[in-house]
Design a protein around this ligand. Structure first.
Ligand code: FES
Ligand code: FES
Length: 164
């Protein structure tokens, strides 16, 4: 007989909008974002807390959404990469990555953007060391780090952390 799993109701604010859904207690936050809310910009790269492709902001702090259950987000606030754009316009940080060729296949990019967003929200003019530390939990398998650093430096120079 198939196992019956009781679902739990949760209400989560994602990108400024409130969602109420019933989820299985074992559902991961990244699955909730992608499958229940159709926010597929948050990627799954490893599912083991290593790659950072699933990085979101959880109450303003970066979190790997594959390491949390969806129910843990109940009554909390999440920002995903979709929440960066405004009025159908890419955020200046996203533009900086495009302008600096800060991506290749782009799989790691949403996670790197979220880590960078938090860094620039807190640190106007980050040092090289601070930049490296901020994205240390984000792995780029295309190894395009030099242009990623360039994009972050360009974004910092534009004062992008203050644009939201
Ligand atoms: S999918 Fe979460 S860290 Fe890789
Ligand atoms: S751009 Fe391909 S994994 Fe980073």
């Amino acid at each position: 007989m198939p196992e019956t799993i009781e679902k739990v109701p949760i209400t989560v604010k994602v990108n400024g909008k409130s969602y109420t859904r019933s989820v299985e207690p074992r559902m991961l936050l990244v699955e909730f974002l992608r499958e229940a809310l159709d926010l597929t910009g948050t990627h799954i790269g490893c599912d083991t807390s290593y790659c950072g492709a699933c990085t979101v902001l959880f109450n303003g702090t970066t979190a790997k959404s594959c390491t949390m259950f969806a129910f843990q987000a109940d009554r909390n606030e999440i920002l995903t990469v979709e929440g960066l754009e405004k009025n159908n316009e890419l955020h200046a940080l996203q533009k900086a990555f495009g302008d600096s060729y800060g991506l290749q296949c782009g799989y790691c990019t949403p996670g790197i953007l979220m880590s960078t967003y938090q860094l620039l929200s807190e640190t106007r003019n980050p040092s090289e060391k601070e930049i490296r530390k901020a994205i240390a939990g984000n792995t780029c398998r295309c190894t395009g780090y030099q242009n990623v650093f360039k994009a972050i430096r360009a974004a910092a120079a534009q004062g992008i952390g203050e644009t939201r």
